[in-house]
Design a protein around this ligand. Sequence first.
Ligand code: IDP
Ligand code: MG
Length: 137
Amino acid sequence: MSQRSLVLLKPDAVRRGLVGEIIGRIERKAGWQLVALELRSLDRGLLEQHYGEHIGKPFYEPLVEFMSSGPVVVLVVEGERVIEGLRTLAGPTDPIAAAPGSIRGDFGTIVRENLIHASDSEESAARELKLFFPSLV
Ligand code: IDP
Ligand code: MG
């Protein structure tokens, strides 16, 4: 079941020089391909749409501040069960609870600054791909 997922390497990953390390882990998964890759600064409008489900929660404003605090790497990854697979590779939202071997478990300590976003379902992936890469077919 080939799928596409939208991945963001968050501003902490870029600032800390972890982009190569994280992309390397994604590339080494057998059969997964990068189909888009871009360094981009995200504005509030786009972040509001991307994180719409979280508007009104206490962590929402600081999350948008953080996500617009520096460039992110935007990726589209394609391959077998890539949506579930990338969530496993990333680990759970709280890096302290994330297992060693996962990206968040290996490199994170702060819930907000958890290095990576990956689409959480086929519906989210379709929505996020259209939002970030409207012309990608
Ligand atoms: P996810 O990225 O694992 O899908 P979500 O619950 O969708 O997690 O939250 C989106 C992002 O918001 C998280 O990746 C993290 O950066 C931030 N976040 C979520 N919950 C908290 C919190 O309780 N405190 C601070 N930041 C949070
Ligand atoms: Mg989420």
